[in-house]
Design a protein around this ligand. Sequence first.
Ligand code: NAD
Length: 360
Amino acid sequence: MSGKGGLPRRDVIAPLRFNRDLPGTRLLFAPGAVLELRSQLDSLGLHRAFVVSTGGRAAALAPPQELLGDSLIEVYSAAREHVPVAVVAKALARFRAVGADVCVAVGGGSAIGLGKAIVKESGTPLVAVPTTYSGSEMTSIWGQTDGNGKQTGRDRMVKPRLVIYDAALTFGLPADISAASGMNAMAHAVESMYAANATRETLEIAEEAVRLLAHSLPSVVARGTDLEARSTVFAGAHLAGRALDEAAMGLHHRICHVLGGTFALSHALTHAVVLPHVVAFNSSSAPQAMTRLARALGSDDVAAGLVALNRSIGVTATLSALGLRERDLDRAADEVTVTPYPNPRPASRDDVRAILLAAL
Ligand code: NAD
């Protein structure tokens, strides 16, 4: 198969199962692997599990009582997007009160984010059972939101000790959330490509991530129970999370953090909408990254390729549909430029405003 620009594309077959020990993190990747949760905790000497989730369907897919038996101490299912500090305070108080020795986050980036906030304070290990493509399970990045917006930082303490990828848990992830979350993973891979601290390894990981995501996201959206497509996108999200962990994020992430933290826009969908606009802005300043991205996406014009991918998976939203108003643009552009993230092309306040307006 060749892409629009005649670029070669290999067939994509991601492994359906693998186990791997990365520095500090044990990985299980297989359909049904969640059934090993308790034996894995036992092998790590952990017997008092505090489970965090956002409740709802994600929690129902992996019922903590059935999985953990008497190793389950408490389930806290009030995790929220962007990790509000008030939610962290309540969860941490319960975690301490019940004397848990491990936090197990079952769910997407919101559950994992709450788990990170708990272990950052408690010093106990974190275990993650991801059910979206946020990639947070592979990073030492934490984030929290308060009245002053979103704060993020890096701390090795918050990186999960054990990560269990069970693609069967994602069968019920709705098509629209799958699409947006997959493009959130895509954004991690894309921004790591032009990071000043990118290495040969992060570039290869990120290119593979883009290839896997671009190839299989349309199938996941079309057929949510396609195990091979779900596994492939999970593998892409896993690699993108590793790239995110190693490389600095740029203008795109800064914009999305402001839109999520200050204006409460939905995290994954904001990433999906903003990404092509930032790539168009950065493309002339990051030619090597664009060459790799074009090869992985199968599109000579990377920004156009991302727009086409968005369309093919039903992402048609704009920032105004997500709740941003034109009168918010000045404040958003100010916030983005006051504390910028490193970016291959310097972005002035007017540049940022123009990007936001184009995405509005
Ligand atoms: P999310 O965790 O809020 O999940 C989105 C929705 O999908 C929720 O309603 C959830 O209950 C539901 N859901 C999750 N898995 C499901 C499943 N398998 N079946 C059915 N429903 C399911 O969204 P998200 O996009 O995964 O995470 C967003 C959060 O993650 C943000 O707070 C963001 O800042 C954070 N994040 C952090 C990092 C990091 O490295 N620290 C990386 C990416 C995202």
